[in-house]
Design a protein around this ligand. Structure first.
Ligand code: HH2
Length: 283
């Protein structure tokens, strides 16, 4: 099947001929103590520059932890955390994404130079749709069941893949109706957001059903709890191999973008897969 060729994100036309790597930059108090100060901004920017050098195509900047059980921060606090980092990276020519559920944060991030709005609540807030429609940014529509604080309390679906696909397709249509060009939209099953390990595995295995909706598919499995459950590796930082394997599987089943913490390891693994595929095409 011929999927989309480019993903239009502000001034960038991201080429989907090969899988894109989105590096995760958390500007949250647990990663960079008291976000917003210059020292922390510098530390965040240095980490992002490293990811770009390692081969990241996009840097996803987040100022709110959406880990299961995390307490929400105010939109004003969140915007203050991310805006300076985004401005510094955009100034260096990076394609920057903002990971937020709040229209105010998205709007300030776009003013600071972000090219993508990554909304884990899937553009369910009309205000967020308005911000998106008034911009030329790329958009990531993610599926989440419930709220971060409560989403892991016994999530249940009749058919998780069908329900996620239905939601993503409905939200994409709503964005298009609001005036967003189709080639700006990417979709994401939201691995770990109101899903059990079995749900996450079903979504990964049946990713072609999401790809069939005709939008680039983004997958964020990196270091997530289901990898720990499957492998018994407790420390998230030690789940690199499991995360790389999940990223490769996602790409093999149609993901156009993988959202990862371990950029260098993922880029290296994708290069090997690509080399083997190119050998097959050279025949
Ligand atoms: N996962 C997290 C945050 N944002 N965005 C998209 N599009 N897809 C994802 O799977 C996704 C996301 C997980 O967030 P958190 O638990 O805060 O940790 P981290 O940002 O380090 O992954």
């Amino acid at each position: 099947m011929d999927g989309p060729q480019v993903w239009r994100c502000g001034g960038f036309a991201l080429d989907l001929a090969r899988p894109l790597v989105m590096g995760i930059l958390n500007v949250t108090p647990d990663s960079f103590s008291d976000g917003g100060s210059y020292i922390d901004r510098d530390a965040a920017v240095t980490a992002a520059v490293r990811m770009l050098a390692d081969g990241a195509d996009v840097i996803d900047v987040g100022g709110e932890s959406t880990r299961p059980g995390a307490e929400p921060v105010t939109a004003v606090q969140e915007a203050a955390r991310v805006a300076g980092v985004i401005a510094a990276l955009a100034e260096q020519g990076a394609c920057v994404s903002v990971d937020t559920r709040h229209a105010l944060v998205a709007s300030e991030a776009l003013s600071a130079g972000a090219s993508i709005v990554n909304d884990v609540s899937g553009f369910t807030d009309p205000e967020m749709v308005r911000v998106a429609a008034d911009s030329d940014a790329g958009l990531v529509v993610m599926h989440m069941r419930g709220e971060p604080r409560t989403m892991q309390e016994a999530p249940a679906y009749a058919d998780v893949v069908a329900e996620v696909a239905e939601f993503l397709s409905r939200q994409a249509v709503a964005l298009e109706r609001a005036g967003v060009a189709r080639d700006r939209i990417a979709i994401d099953p939201g691995i770990g957001f109101g899903k059990t390990t079995e749900h996450n595995l079903a979504l990964l295995r049946r990713l072609p059903e999401l790809e069939a909706l005709g939008f680039p598919v983004l997958v964020g499995a990196s270091r997530k709890r289901f990898i720990g459950e499957i492998t018994g590796v407790v420390e998230p930082q030690a789940r690199v191999a499991g995360s790389v394997a999940a990223a490769l599987e996602a790409v093999r089943r149609g993901a156009a973008v993988v959202r990862v913490h371990d950029v260098a390891a993922t880029v290296q693994a994708l290069a090997m897969v690509r080399a083997v595929e190119e050998e097959a095409h050279a025949r």
